[in-house]
Each structure stands twice: as C-alpha cells, then as structure tokens.
Ligand binder design. Structure first.
Ligand code: 3HC
Length: 686
C-alpha cells in the first residue's frame, strides 16, 4: 500500500514492512517523516501485524535530518515526534540498514527495538562536521549502547563505523547477508515477536560513566577541538544527561543543539558541506561528456610529492608505475611509501594484507618507456619550466595517444607545457598538496586546449581517490598559491614595517588557522623556490636562506626548533628582520593585531575576487574549498570568500579602499567587489 510519494507499507505474513524511497539519500524530510509516522500508526492499529521492519530503498538507509530544512519552520511531525511513535510502538520495530545510517537516521534506528545491517553498511553521528551535535537523542542513546567513551569519540569525530564494529559494540543486533537484508530483517522481526519478551528500549538501559572521563577527554582533545563549539556541546550533553531524568536529558540536548544550529559556525560548516557537492558540478561538463577509463597510472618522480601521489591510486587498487632517474632515488621513494603504509598499519588503520595489496600495486622503473601503456601520467619533477617541457616532449613520444598527461606544477604556465606536445588537448594540471597522500585538495587545472572529456575524467578520478577536486583556470599559482602569494606579500610587508613574524603567526592562529604564514614557511622549507645563484638578500627569506636557515629541516628558519620540533622565536631571524627593515622600511612602528589581520586576510579576499572576476574559479565556494582543504583556513569560518560575505562586502570594500590609499597598488580594489556592493549583492549570489 502506498502511504505517500516516498513511503509504502506491505505485509509479509504477520510482519509489516515500511519502505522509504526518497532519493538521493533518504534524508528525513517532512514527507519521509509523515510517511513513516502514518505507516507506523497503521501497523500499530492492525491486529494482524506482529512486528514491523523499517527499511529504505535506493542507495542508503536514512542519511540524517534533511539539511536543507534547517533554519526553516519545522513541519510536524518533527523527528523527535516520529521517534516517540516508533519507540512507543506496542510491537517490535526492526531497523534494516544498508548504505549508511547517519545522524538523525541512526538516531531513528536507535529508537527501534532491534537493528540489522548488511556487512557494507556504516553507522555514524556526523553532525559535528556540520558544526552541530546529535539533536534527536543521539547523545543519550548512543552512550547507553557503546559506552560513553566510545560514543564521545564517535560523536566528536563524526567518523562512521563499519557494520562489523557496530555489531561488536552492540549497536547492531545482527548482520545480514549482502542482498538478503529484507528477508533476514523479516526473519529477525518474526523471531523477536515470537519471543514475546518485553520490548527492549535503549532509553531504559543505565548510563555508566567511568570517573573523570569528561575532563580526561577534553584534555586529550584540546588541540583538535580548538576554536570549535560543537565538540564541547556534545561532551556537555552527555555529562549533564547523567544527572537528569531521560526526558529532561533529551530537552537539554535539544537546547544545546538549537544553540549550535543558530550559530555562525554551523552556518559556515553547512556552507562547506554544500560547497563540496557543488564543486563537482563544472559548468562546461554535462552528463554526456565522456569519461575516459583510467586503468593504469604513471607517476614521474619518486620524491615526497611523486610518492604521495602514487599512494592515492594504490589506495584504490589502481596499478601505478613510478619512474625515477636513479635506482637509489627510486628505492628510497618506494621505501618511504612502504614506511607510510606500515605506520598506518601500526595505528590500526590498515591490515598487513592491505599494506601488501597496496605495495603490490606499485612498480618502480628507471625507464620512461615503461609508461607506454598508462592511461594517465602525472609528472612530479623539479619545478622549472624547461625541465618540465623537456619531460613532456619525451612523454609525448612514449605515452599512448589517448593518454592524459598531467603536470603537478604549483605555479608554472600549463599552456607552455602543453604546447611542446602534439596533444595539448590531453594535457592538464593536477595540483596535489603536500603530503599528497593526506591532503584532500586537488586543484584540477584546465589549460587553454584541455579537452572536456579530460577534465571530466579528472573530476571523476578525484572523487574515486577521495580528493576534493576543484576545477580552476590556468594562471600564476592558480587559485591557492596565487592567493597565498598575496598573503605572503602582506605578511612580509607588516614585518618590514614593524611587526615580528611571531606576531603575524599569533594573529593568524587566533583567527583559527593551525599555523601562521611564517610557521608554515618553516615547515615547507624556506628554500622551496629559492635559488642560491640569484639570491641577493632582497627579502628576509633570502637572508635566512643565505645563512643556511632553511626552516624546520635545518633546525631553524624564522624560529629555532628543538629535537621535538618545538619552535621558539629566533633572535637571529629577529635581527635579520631589523636589519632588513633598516635598509628597506625606514622607521619601524607598532603594527596592531587588527591591522595585521586586515592586511593579511583582506589581501587574500581581494585576490580571490579578482580570480573570480577573471573566471579562474567558477564560484566563490570553490575558492573557499581550496583554502580550507589545501591551506588550513578554519572550516568553521567557511573559507575566505564566505567569511568576507559574513563581514559584509561594504565593510570589506571600505577597508580595502583605505588600505589602497595607504599602501598603494597591491590593494587596488577588485572591480567585482565594487560592482557587488553597488548591486547590494555578495559573493554567494554569483
Ligand atoms: N540532507 C539533505 N541533502 C543531503 C543530505 C542531508 N542530510 N545528505 C546528502 N544530501 C544531498 C547532497 O547535498 C547531494 O545533493 P546534490 O546531488 O544535489 O548535490 C546528494 O544528497 C548526494 O550526496 P553526496 O554527493 O554526498 O553523495 P555520496 O553518495 O557521496 O554520500 C552520504 C552520501 C554519505 C549520505 C553523504 O551525502 C553525507 O555524508 N551526507 C550527510 C550526512 C549527515 O551529515 N547527516 C547528519 C545530518 S544532521 C542531523 O541528522 C541532525 C540530527 O541529529 C537531528
């Protein structure tokens, strides 16, 4: 029987089966809630029904509350009213899970009287990633099942767990054969009904918490939770719930949830959620743009970057040939990859078998000719145009005609690289971020002649290897490094005028970045892109490099580092700054924290606006993703363009104009900002 557009109610003997099919992910929209509530009520009133199975069609069980409904008036029944109906059913309800039971979806399953899932299913409460917390009993019921400590971990990380682990923790009662979920759920429901025991409700279980858990958990995760509001609300909800009767504990949870929902962090993180889904939608690519099969990948260069890039493909079972010029470098590269995998295994993230499988995907070679049968070749060699051009000339002769040839350049003009080949349509930039096996960003750079099928293939491949692929245009530094250059220019300028590097780093860290610009330079290496032959003390960075201070790897750069790589401001670097200022900056002055913040961040926003105006990025949220996933912009501030919108473009425009008047051309206002302000619009409106 059809209950509504997305819900059906059927009978299999004495078992009622409620099926919800609401693409794409069965989120608990108003229609879904209404359908399930109505079907439950009918099943409750039908004396021939002994038990109920709640199951979903499509690719997944309920993936949570419908995020698009947040901030709009709630239409009854809300999720909690629906849960009440299910939990108070006079007959057992069994949740049958495939795909993922996430957020409100898992919370709904937690009010059922039994849970069964297929082995490939996952369970999780990922609300924290949206700056939220479970708001429908998750903070009260999950700890009663898996224990408070494990529940805190799951809810504050947002990471889902596998069906096997969920079964081990008691979150699932049974595992069904893949493909036999419905039948086995019906059998389970029959068994529970036949048993006739009082219905098991999680709310009736005791909540046992070990002494000192909450403070210990806060302390252990202080760094991870820095700046974020949701994790503390989650901890508080569990902690305060202990002393409260269950209904009040739910009310308390709800109040904490609503406060987060109305806050700026959740708004920003929801923006990021939708930005990620938007990024895969590229204007020029349509559903019928062909995607080329990528069966075998080649990587040129077994250094840190090449090795990290290769790991991404081995992780998903794609064979990779890595080419180096010298045996020693090749061996070293492969050794480092193995060590990375083994470290993951030590942390329990991989089994020994998985390490072996991944290593088996990798073949080392000293001959470029071995890349002849690759469908995609990515070069990660020295960042110098003539070196890359020479390599591309050779690759063009070796790679099969249909192969895509990509460069991992960070700054170079990809058209100049493509033009030396006879296949510029098959050339693009795939700009990975270091460490390439960890960082989620992939800038997919479209050059002038890049074929759309090549672009579409790269977008699909990014998803396959778990990257956030953002399509950008070809210009100096693309999106990320071009804005980074604008940031560095201001970071250096304020230091020349009177601030010290650690002042800048502190201000940027206080804003929410994990590290400041100078700390980042020390980490990356001051000598990246530095040339000893042409170095002339023209910047503080050149001066430090000339002294052999290349950053963390040499024990010092802007900071000095101890054996544990703990930084302290370096007196040598400070002297270099003072000497440089004397030569170039004139009288040093006090630069306020506010000025540092404005100059560094607004220079980025202004550059971002120019990037948008030039069509280098398709939408402002793509720029946000680049900065969040590649450079550590705090996600809870939504990215530089989103942040600018929240500050208000008229304010940004006025400040940029004032900076232009004082500091000149570098702050020339982007015409786009001027236009948007005149039209009363913001970046998000584009
Ligand atoms: N609400 C509304 N739309 C959602 C949604 C949700 N909860 N989850 C996913 N979608 C939409 C996406 O926006 C996307 O739309 P689009 O096609 O128009 O761009 C579409 O569903 C498909 O999503 P994905 O591209 O992400 O599909 P995947 O197959 O890669 O991933 C998923 C599926 C694992 C379910 C992933 O979408 C996901 O993680 N979703 C969010 C889950 C979540 O955060 N749930 C908690 C919500 S908050 C909550 O429940 C509060 C409660 O405690 C009260």
């Amino acid at each position: 029987m059809r209950i509504n557009d997305c819900t059906t109610l059927e009978r299999d003997g004495g078992i009622a089966i409620i099926t919800v099919d609401s693409p794409p992910v069965n989120s608990l929209s108003v229609a879904v809630r209404k359908g399930v509530a109505e079907a439950m009520m009918q099943a409750a009133g039908d004396s021939a029904v002994a038990a109920v199975v709640l199951i979903c069609g499509g690719r997944t069980f309920f993936a949570g509350a419908d995020i698009t409904e947040f901030g709009k008036p709630v239409i009854e029944p809300d999720l909690r009213a629906l849960q009440q109906i299910v939990e108070d059913m006079p007959k057992p309800v069994i949740a049958a899970i495939h795909g993922a039971a996430l957020g409100g979806g898992l919370e709904l399953a937690l009010v059922a009287h039994g849970r069964i899932a297929v082995p490939s299913a996952q369970c999780g409460l990922p609300e924290v990633r949206l700056g939220l917390m479970p708001g429908a009993g998750g903070t009260q019921r999950l700890p009663r099942v898996v224990g408070a400590a494990r529940a805190l971990e799951m809810m504050t990380s947002g990471d889902p767990i596998s069906a096997a682990e969920a079964a081990r923790l008691g979150l699932l009662d049974r595992i069904a054969d893949e493909g036999a979920l419905r039948d086995e759920a019906v059998a389970f429901a029959r068994a529970v009904a036949a048993d006739g025991a009082p219905l098991a409700r999680i709310r009736d279980r005791p909540l046992v918490v070990e002494q000192g858990l909450f403070d210990a958990f806060r302390e252990a995760n202080g760094r991870k939770f820095r700046g974020l509001m949701a994790p503390e609300s989650i901890i508080r909800s569990v902690e305060q719930g202990i002393a409260l009767p269950f209904p009040q504990a739910l009310e308390n949870e709800r109040a904490l949830f609503c406060a987060l929902l109305e806050g700026a962090q959740s708004a920003a993180l929801r923006h990021v959620f939708f930005a990620q889904r938007q990024a895969a939608k590229v204007d020029a690519i349509s559903a019928d743009t062909p995607i080329r099969p990528i069966i075998r990948v080649g990587v040129v260069g077994a250094g840190t970057m090449g090795g990290g890039i290769a790991m991404n493909f081995a992780n998903v079972g794609l064979p990779v040939t890595i080419v180096e010029t010298r045996q020693e470098a090749l061996d070293r590269g492969l050794r480092i990859i193995r060590r990375n995998y083994e470290n993951s295994a030590k942390k329990g993230k991989l089994t020994a078998e998985q390490v072996a499988q991944r290593m088996a995907c990798l073949t080392g070679s000293l001959a470029l000719e071995d890349l002849a049968d690759c469908d995609l070749v990515i070069e990660a060699v020295f960042e110098q145009l003539d070196v890359k051009q020479e390599l591309f000339r050779r690759l063009d002769l070796i790679a099969k005609p249909s192969a895509i040839v990509a460069t991992n350049t960070s700054y170079l003009d990809i058209d100049r690289i493509a033009e030396v080949t006879g296949r510029p349509e098959n050339v693009l930039g795939l700009h990975f971020f270091s460490p390439a096996n960890v960082m989620r960003l992939l800038e997919i750079v479209k050059a002038a002649k890049t074929d759309l099928s090549v672009l579409a293939t790269a977008v699909a491949l990014a998803k396959k290897i778990g990257k956030i692929g953002v399509v950008v245009g070809n210009c100096y530094g693309f999106v990320g490094n071009r804005m980074l250059a604008a940031r560095h220019a201001q970071a250096e300028a304020v230091v020349t005028e009177g601030a010290l590097p650690w002042d800048v780093d502190r201000v940027i860290r206080d804003f929410g970045f994990a590290m400041g610009p100078f700390e980042m330079r020390d980490l990356v290496g001051l000598d990246v892109g530095w040339n000893r032959a042409t170095s002339s003390g023209a910047t503080v960075r050149e001066m430090l490099n000339e002294m052999g201070r290349h950053g963390q790897k040499t024990g010092g750069g802007y900071y000095d580092y101890d054996e544990k790589r703990q930084p302290t401001p370096s007196p040598i670097a400070e002297q270099a700054v003072l000497d440089f200022s004397e030569r170039h900056g004139g009288q040093r002055r006090i630069v306020s924290d506010e000025e540092i913040r404005d100059r560094v961040l607004l220079a980025m926003v202004n550059e971002g606006a120019k990037i948008l105006d030039e069509g280098i990025a398709q939408r402002s949220s793509d720029i946000d993703l680049v900065w969040i996933n590649g450079y550590g912009w705090p996600a809870y501030r939504g990215g530089p363009m989103y942040w600018a919108d929240t500050v208000g473009l008229p304010v940004i425009r006025d400040k940029l104009k004032a900076l232009h008047a004082t500091h000149g051309e570098v702050f020339r206002l982007s015409p786009l900002i001027e236009r948007l302000v005149a039209q009363g619009k913001d970046f998000a409106s584009l």
